[in-house]
Design a protein around this ligand. Structure first.
Ligand code: HEM
Length: 133
């Protein structure tokens, strides 16, 4: 029997969470327009892709094959400060729609991936990438 602490992974549950997360993201004054521009209305296919991504991240098999770093590198409007709101919306949507064990796992992964994306996209160690006088 599934318990509150060990709910089996189910695509419908993850999809429901993803839809709720993007409904919230879409209303965000800074993040919403970035997605609108990049997706050009193709929200449904994006949410299917992100459902596969989160299934994969949570151990539900390798449904997602892609390279998030390459995708985000091409989004010129992205800025480091945006991650705080992205993560806050993610965490709230996860808490509201997922069983606690999955909400916690997903939130922890999201923080880790966000940190590695931030490092890759925005970290410029001092002294590097500078040409000698
Ligand atoms: C400020 C934070 C973020 C912004 C503004 C952002 C924005 C976007 C946008 C606009 C796309 C669609 C790109 C396209 O199809 O051309 C996208 C795709 C995606 N994002 Fe983010 N993102 C953010 C953070 C994150 C984080 C923290 C994760 C993971 C935990 C993530 C996971 C993904 C994935 C998996 C895709 C699909 C990549 C693919 O097509 O293979 N994003 N993001």
């Amino acid at each position: 029997m599934p318990t509150a602490t060990h709910t089996p992974l189910d695509r419908a549950i993850i999809h429901h969470f993803v839809v709720e997360f993007y409904a919230r993201l879409r209303k965000h004054p800074e993040l919403g327009p970035i997605f609108e521009r990049r997706l050009g209305g193709a929200w449904d296919s994006h949410m299917e892709r992100l459902t596969d991504f989160w299934m994969t991240m949570l151990g539900g098999g390798t449904l997602y094959r892609g390279n998030p770093f390459d995708v985000h590198r091409k989004i010129e409007e992205m800025a480091e400060h945006q991650f705080d709101d992205w993560l806050a919306l993610f965490e709230a949507a996860a808490k509201d729609t997922l069983p606690a064990n999955l909400a916690n796992q997903a939130t922890e992964k999201a923080h880790r991936i966000a940190n590695s994306l931030k490092m890759g996209l925005f970290y410029r160690p001092q002294g590097l990438n500078q040409t000698a006088p």
